[in-house]
Design a protein around this ligand. Structure first.
Ligand SMILES: NC(=O)c1ccc[n+]([C@@H]2O[C@H](COP(=O)([O-])OP(=O)(O)OC[C@H]3O[C@@H](n4cnc5c(N)ncnc54)[C@H](O)[C@@H]3O)[C@@H](O)[C@H]2O)c1
Length: 266
C-alpha cells in the first residue's frame, strides 16, 4: 500500500525549533502522528510547554530539549542529548529561524551584528546540525531525511536583505548536502513557506496589514502552520523517496504572482 510510505514507525525525528504552536509545534505533532519518536528542541520554555501539550496526545515516545541554536556549544549539547534520548536520528527538520531585533529596513542602515546574527540563526546552525546527523547516519549505515525550512524571501526580500540572503544560502547548502550525501541514502530538501499565519507573525501583523496581505495573496489568505507541516511530512517520509536537493515552495502562489512581501522601499 503506497500510503504506508507516509508512516515513520520505528524512526526518530529531531525537530530543531520544534516548539510552540507555529510551524515548529505543528511539524513535531505531524511527525509524531506519522509514528516517529519525536525530539523537539527549542530555546523558549513556553514553546516547549506548548509542544509537550501537543505530543502528550500522541501514542509515541517523545522528548524535549532546551537549546539556543545561535550558540555553538548549545548545538553540540543539543545534538549529544538528542542522540542519547533514543539512540538514533532518522529525520532532522531545521525549523528555527527568523530574525531578532529591528531587522526590517534598508540594509544601508543596519549594523553588521544584525547580519551576523541572522546568518547564524537561519543558516550556520543548519550546517552544524545537518553535518552532525549525516555523520551519525553514515556511521550507522542508515538512510535518512533532512528538511531545512527556508522562505520565499530567498527569492526576494526587499528591506530584509540579511534574512533573504541567509535563506537563499540555506537552499544552496541544502543542494550541496543533497549531492554529497546521496550515495549514503540521505535525502536533503528545503521547504520555502510563503506568508504563514503563526503566533509569531500574528503578533507582528496589525488587522490592517493582514487585510492588505489577504488582498495580495492569490488564495486570499495566509497559509497555516498545518499546511507547512503536511509538506514537511511529504519530504520527511518515503513518499518523497526519489526527491533530493529540492526546494519545495509552499506559498499559495505568492512567488509567482509578485516579487516580494516586504514594506515598499521609499
Ligand atoms: N511564519 C511565516 O510566515 C514564515 C514564512 C517563511 C519562512 N518561515 C520560516 O519558518 C520557520 C518557523 O517560523 P515560525 O513563524 O513558526 O517561527 P517561530 O518564531 O515560531 O519559530 C519556530 C520555533 O523556533 C524557536 N526558535 C527561535 N529561535 C531559536 C533559537 N535561537 N534556538 C532554538 N529555537 C529557536 C522558537 O522559539 C519557535 O518555537 C523559520 O525558519 C522562519 O524563518 C516562516
Amino acid at each position: 500500500m503506497l500510503i504506508e510510505r507516509s508512516r515513520l514507525d520505528g524512526k526518530v525525528a529531531l525537530v530543531v525549533g520544534g516548539g510552540g504552536e507555529g510551524i515548529g509545534g505543528n511539524t513535531s505533532l505531524a511527525l509524531a502522528e506519522a509514528g516517529a519518536c519525536v525530539i523537539a528542541a527549542d530555546v523558549n520554555d513556553d514553546a516547549l510547554a506548548a509542544v509537550e501539550a501537543l505530543l502528550k496526545r500522541t501514542p509515541v515516545k517523545w522528548a524535549t530539549i532546551k537549546a539556543d541554536v545561535s550558540l555553538e556549544d548549545n548545538i553540540a549539547r543539543m545534538m549529544d542529548s538528542a542522540l542519547a534520548k533514543f539512540g538514533r536520528i532518522d529525520v532532522l527538520v531545521n525549523v528555527a529561524g527568523g530574525t531578532t531585533g529591528n531587522s526590517w529596513g534598508p540594509m544601508i542602515d543596519k549594523p553588521s551584528s544584525q547580519w551576523d546574527s541572522t546568518q547564524i540563526l537561519n543558516l550556520k546552525y543548519c550546517y552544524l546540525t545537518g553535518t552532525r546527523v549525516a555523520r551519525h547516519l553514515i556511521e550507522a549505515g542508515r538512510p535518512g531525511s533532512i528538511v531545512n525550512i527556508a522562505s520565499m524571501s530567498a527569492y526576494t526580500a526587499p528591506n530584509h536583505a540579511a534574512y533573504g540572503a541567509a535563506k537563499a544560502g540555506l537552499i544552496s547548502l541544502t543542494r550541496s548536502m543533497a549531492i554529497e550525501w546521496a550515495a549514503h541514502g540521505i535525502r536533503v530538501n528545503a521547504l520555502s513557506p510563503g506568508p504563514i499565519d503563526t503566533p509569531r507573525t500574528r503578533s507582528r501583523t496589525s488587522p490592517e496589514m493582514m487585510r492588505r496581505y489577504n488582498e495580495l495573496i492569490p488564495f486570499g489568505r495566509k497559509g497555516t502552520a498545518e499546511e507547512i507541516a503536511c509538506a514537511v511530512l511529504y519530504l520527511a517520509t518515503e513518499l518523497s523517496s526519489y526527491v533530493t536537493g529540492h526546494n519545495l515552495v509552499v506559498d499559495g502562489g505568492c512567488t509567482i504572482k509578485f516579487s516580494g512581501m516586504g514594506p515598499a522601499t521609499k
